[in-house]
Design a protein. Sequence first.
Length: 162
Amino acid sequence: MAKTRTVAGAGTIATAALVALFGNQPFTEWVDRRALDTPDTAWEFFLRTLTWPRWAFGPADNSSEAMRRLLADDLRAILLIAFVALILAWVSKAVTGGAGGFLLGWSAVIFASALAAFLTSFIISNPSLLGALQVAGAGSAYGLFTGWIVGAVTAGAKGAGS
């Protein structure tokens, strides 16, 4: 039981750290400004991907659309962390090795980000099933390109708990 909590805790903390460090408003604004001035490179793509679960303390303006966007973005970041925690707590009992822990952590972020994006897409104005599926695809791309970080932390926690 202690191993399960270690894996779930390490993966949840790693996910929360990614969201807090790279999804905050100053960092996302810096990446957006940088994207205007720099050519499109692999590094720029990775930086933009890291900022996907954006969160902020206030809306861009006082419109209802900005408030809905703020609510959707903040809820998406929270749900991402919560879903990763749930997936890791539920499945980590079946994983026995470091490589399995790596794949578990990585896939947990892929599934959690897609589900969080899908659910929160219905908060914005004029939601549609097609829009929700497209946003879920963007969410799974976040998990694909950044989930390996959580996977590495999860694999290390599983090895340390064995």
